[in-house]
Design a protein around this ligand. Structure first.
Ligand SMILES: Cc1cc2nc3c(=O)[nH]c(=O)nc-3n(C[C@H](O)[C@H](O)[C@H](O)COP(=O)(O)OP(=O)(O)OC[C@H]3O[C@@H](n4cnc5c(N)ncnc54)[C@H](O)[C@@H]3O)c2cc1C
Length: 490
């Protein structure tokens, strides 16, 4: 039986392990930290529970496929709840807008809060994005690229022009709606990839559709419940999980993987090595020299996360909230161009206690704040975290009547913390998503050494939970063809 060693227990490594074990491989997973999940983490303190990374679950299909492919019923492991409204938006001019997966609610909200004249454009936008999503995912996203030719089939070229996939997102949204608040509302979703909407191609409008058209979900028990569910399946399938074991080197002999050397000095022999680590980190720290190590990668921005235990109620806030800066374009330029900590940041807040009452003591709120900031090639947001916290608290005092004396504690996760997790340059969202780091140009899930593969956010198709789950599907498909479970090569 081929032995696969998976390095990294993020959702990518964990899902790949469960999938491969289900298909007959012997799988050992080594994770450097003592908690599984990587960026999907969990903190508990004084009766409060926080998810530390992702808080929005969108596009359920890859998760449902994982359960179906491992012959399980999702409802036996996970209870995703559809949130309606999806989130509340606070614009700096005082407008509050509740975004919803229900078209009727959106039509009413746009008519009441923005203008009835914008409604036809919104409906056209949803129709066009829905058509784009349905064609783009099978043609460009859910596929293993072997060469540039795989990107240039007549069908793909047709879709490229039909949907104008490479047009600028921010420029094109103006063809649908004219109010600047709606421009922000329907483009900011690229920030989930750490990508500026000013620089993103139109194809990333599919994120807007995933959110507005398919809705935002929350699993009972928190986002970390997803990790618990997948871990349970991995264990049921016989995966050996070793926590607190850092891989130091992938052993390659004659161009082929032989195993993994741990920081402890122990060597685990393997027929196949799957790396769930950030790809630039893997090429520079774990693998033998390869041309890819010298590639000029472009990274996403980072995130300053503040976890606030709050003794009191903040009824103006929903489960998810977005707070736009008074000058969103300047805010984006500060993060992505000048690379300085924003003076008036846009930020996102989450109170999972709205859906999961056990996430905070009675009468309290578990306030999660995510502020997009530059990665470590720019100003260090960790050093400026006090100033950022100050801006956030001022704004929440205005919009949600937050009272500072009710704050019990604040925990911070800074770009340096993301870097310590193995994310190159502290880029919380990993490799950037520009054209030349997408589709066949993104690092392949096959390294230039035999039997070394990648899974996760920095390989194909990209960042975000649904994409990482698809990356595990693509890895499985590739491995089953190239190294079947019952054939041990070499
Ligand atoms: C603040 C934040 C908010 C986000 N919000 C959302 C959201 O709302 N919705 C969404 O869909 N996505 C969101 N994302 C993106 C999502 O978290 C990621 O796309 C996804 O979790 C990445 O999973 P992964 O398995 O590729 O990598 P990771 O989660 O980074 O896992 C990699 C693992 O490898 C381990 N590792 C690294 N080096 C070694 C080594 N040498 N030896 C052993 N182990 C090692 C690490 O410890 C880590 O556990 C967010 C990300 C962040 C940071």
């Amino acid at each position: 039986m081929a032995h696969v060693v998976v390095v990294g227990g993020g959702i990518g490594g964990l899902t790949a392990s469960a999938r491969l074990a289900h298909r007959g491989y012997r799988v050992t997973l080594v994770e450097a930290r003592t908690q599984l999940g990587g960026r999907i983490g969990e903190v508990r303190r004084d009766g409060f529970r926080f998810d530390t990374g992702p808080t929005l679950l969108m596009m359920l299909d890859p998760l449902e496929r994982f359960f179906a492919d491992t012959h399980r019923r999702i409802e036996d492991y996970l209870q995703p709840v559809l949130l309606n409204p999806s989130y509340r938006v606070f614009f700096a001019d005082g407008t509050q807008f509740d975004s919803s997966p229900c078209i009727a609610s959106m039509v009413r909200e746009i008519g009441r809060k923005i203008s009835p004249a914008e409604v036809p454009g919104y409906l056209r936008l949803m129709a066009d994005l829905s058509a784009m999503l349905n064609e783009v995912v099978p043609a460009f996203v859910r596929r293993n690229y072997r060469s540039l030719a795989d990107l240039l089939s007549p069908r793909q070229i047709h879709l490229l022009f039909k949907h104008r996939l490479l047009a600028n997102l921010h420029g094109r949204i103006k063809h649908y709606v004219s109010d600047p608040r709606l421009h922000m509302l329907f483009t900011f979703q690229t920030m989930y990839l750490g990508l500026s909407p000013m620089q993103a191609p139109w194809v990333y409008g599919i994120l807007t559709y995933m959110e507005s058209g398919e809705g935002v979900w929350f699993p009972r028990g928190g986002m970390y419940a997803i990790i618990r569910a997948i871990e349970r399946i991995a264990l049921e399938e016989g995966v050996q999980i070793r926590l607190g074991e850092k891989a130091q080197q992938v052993i390659v002999e004659n161009g082929r993987a032989r195993g993994v050397r741990l920081a402890s000095g122990e060597v685990i022999n393997a027929d196949v090595v799957v790396l769930n680590t950030d790809v630039p980190t893997a090429y520079t720290r774990l693998l033998p020299p390869a041309p890819q190590a010298g590639r000029q990668w472009r990274n996403s921005c980072s995130a300053l996360v503040l976890l606030i235990g709050y003794d009191g109620a903040l009824p103006a806030l929903l489960h998810h909230n977005v707070h736009f800066s008074a000058d969103f374009q300047r805010n984006l330029s500060e993060i992505f161009v000048q690379k300085v900590v924003p003076a008036d940041p846009s930020f996102y807040t989450c109170l999972s206690v709205r859906t999961e009452p056990s996430d905070a003591p009675a009468g309290s709120e578990n306030l999660y704040v995510l502020v997009p900031v530059p990665n470590l090639t720019g100003e260090d947001a960790g050093a400026a975290s006090e100033q950022v916290l100050e801006r956030v608290l001022e704004r929440l005092a205005r919009e949600a009547n937050l009272q500072r004396e009710r704050i019990r504690f604040v925990e911070r996760i800074t770009p340096a913390d993301w870097e310590a997790m193995g994310l190159w340059q502290g880029a919380a969202f990993g490799l950037g998503h520009d054209f030349f780091q997408s589709t066949c140009f993104r690092p392949s899930n096959r390294a230039p050494f035999d039997e070394v593969y990648f899974v996760g956010a920095s390989t194909v198709p990209g960042n975000g939970i649904p994409m990482v789950l698809i990356s595990a599907e693509l890895l499985q498909e590739r491995l089953l063809t190239e190294t079947p479970p019952l054939v041990t090569k070499g």
